[in-house]
Design a protein. Structure first.
Length: 260
């Protein structure tokens, strides 16, 4: 019963219903010929984008490029000018946050909670980097994150904010120019670490990566459900492609543009 329910859900909801519709149109409604082949090719392409093995094939190399913060570092403590937490999005006007306040989106909250867990290992300043990608009257993300950290129990005097940045390059640029750090522990999502490390190093900052918010499942074999299209896998594939495009773009545009 559970299996049938899951399969029915896949067929009824996007992206499964869209992929199924493409195949129905391609196989039944279109005459044989080039148009049908194009339609079926589109269906296969969309299907591949929405399954877990393809997601993992694209996402795992990004997530595994830098290891987690080492156990030795966690035991001995880490020396750096600051622990930098990069923003990962907000929900504007989220009701539970209070009037005219925002809440953190899931990736941003995962990064912040992980960073808070390092508070006894790293006893220095937490630098929260994130402004407004587009200004819709929302809070700067660093302000939202600071409020969450304080509510968790981190003393306000351990928090500094960088509220001007709108992308990863600006995160690094403003942390270097405004805050003047030379070596930082960098907390962000694992898939985002390669692009972030590139940006910070290009701006003259030595980085100790502290990846978190892993997307891919570990220690689990693929089963039938792994090959059924899902929005979660589609989003993971989208995230991976976004990062690869960002890496290429940043290397073309920003390589060699170090601070100063």
């Amino acid at each position: 019963m559970v299996l049938l329910s899951k399969i029915a859900t896949v067929l009824i909801l996007p992206p499964g219903c869209i992929i199924l519709g493409i195949f129905i149109v391609g196989c039944i409604l279109l005459p044989r010929g080039k148009t049908r082949r194009i339609m079926l090719g589109m269906g296969v392409f969309c299907y591949l984008l929405a399954i877990e093995p393809v997601q993992d094939l694209l996402l795992r190399p990004l997530e595994d490029q830098y290891p987690p913060l080492s156990a030795e570092a966690e035991t001995a403590g880490v020396e750096a000018d600051a622990l930098v937490v990069l923003g990962g999005g907000t929900i504007q006007g989220s009701p539970e946050a209070g009037e005219r306040r925002d809440s953190l989106a899931a990736p941003a909250l995962k990064r912040l909670v992980y960073a808070f867990g390092l508070r006894d290992i790293f006893t220095g300043v937490y630098a929260l980097s994130g402004g407004k990608v587009f200004d819709y009257g929302q809070e700067a993300e660093a302000d939202t994150a600071a409020r969450v950290l304080i509510s968790l129990g981190l003393p306000p005097e351990r928090i500094v904010r960088e509220t001007k940045s709108r992308n990863t390059w600006q995160n690094a640029r403003y942390v270097a120019e405004t805050l003047g750090y030379h070596q930082v522990i960098l907390v962000t999502s694992a898939y985002h670490i390669p692009r972030s490390v590139f940006c910070f190093e290009q701006n003259g900052i030595s980085v100790i990566p502290a990846p978190t918010d892993y997307y891919c499942q570990r220690n689990r074999k693929y089963d039938l459900f792994s090959f059924l299209p899902s929005m979660e896998a589609f989003r993971g594939t989208w995230t991976a492609l976004h990062e690869y495009i960002g890496l290429v773009q940043y290397r073309l545009v920003y390589r060699g543009k170090q601070k100063g």
